[in-house]
Design a protein around this ligand. Structure first.
Ligand code: V0V
Ligand code: CO
Length: 140
């Protein structure tokens, strides 16, 4: 069901500083920057690699307000890995299958994600403490 790791989401307090870090230390390139009001983030996607099933990225996330998913995470845990996004062929179908196995769905239906993707989150408490995102890429 999971095709690849689409992205690793990293929570940070200063997006511009963190972009510069990933560019200068790892030589990565920003391929997209967006503000996603619904998710409460300003984010950047940095391309890591291309594979048979699509590309993989690092997603740097800065909260728009303290009272958001990433804002609360930063207050509680500080900067670091926030979630893992797995590529799937059909996010609606994947949600159905995973929900039927008793895993709590944060999103009952897909939301708008970075670069036109359809995304949905699974509750970290039901995935061994890992906030897990399903990503149906718009380009396949
Ligand atoms: C919270 N918890 C986490 C966590 N965030 N555990 C692992 N990884 C995380 N990122 C734990 C937290 O420590 C608590 O455990 C418990 O879950 C409840 O957390 P809370 O601080 O009370 O916060 P809640 O319950 O209000 O919200 C937590 C959830 C929320 C996960 C439900 O953050 C959420 O809905 N996230 C999905 C949306 C999201 O993250 N959007 C930003 C990325 P203890 O302390 O009680 O044991 S947007 C994105 O990725 C986009 C746009 C994209 O890829 O395109
Ligand atoms: Co993400």
């Amino acid at each position: 069901m999971l095709l690849r790791i689409d992205h690793v989401g990293v929570a940070c307090t200063n997006l511009e500083e963190k972009i510069e870090f990933y560019e200068s230390v790892f030589g990565l390139t920003v391929v997209s920057r967006e503000v996603n009001e619904e998710q409460g983030v300003r984010e950047a996607m940095l391309h890591v690699a291309d594979g048979d099933q699509g590309a993989s990225y690092v997603q740097l996330l800065e909260p728009l307000h303290p009272d958001t998913a990433v804002g609360k995470f930063l207050a509680k845990r500080g900067e670091g890995v926030h979630h893992i996004g797995y590529g799937v062929a059909d996010v609606t179908k994947a949600l159905e299958e995973i929900g039927a196995k008793g895993v709590r769905l944060i999103d009952q239906r897909p939301r708008h994600g970075s670069m036109g993707a359809s995304i949905a989150f699974l509750h970290p408490k039901d995935v061994g403490g890992v906030l897990t995102e399903l990503v149906e890429s718009s380009r396949r």
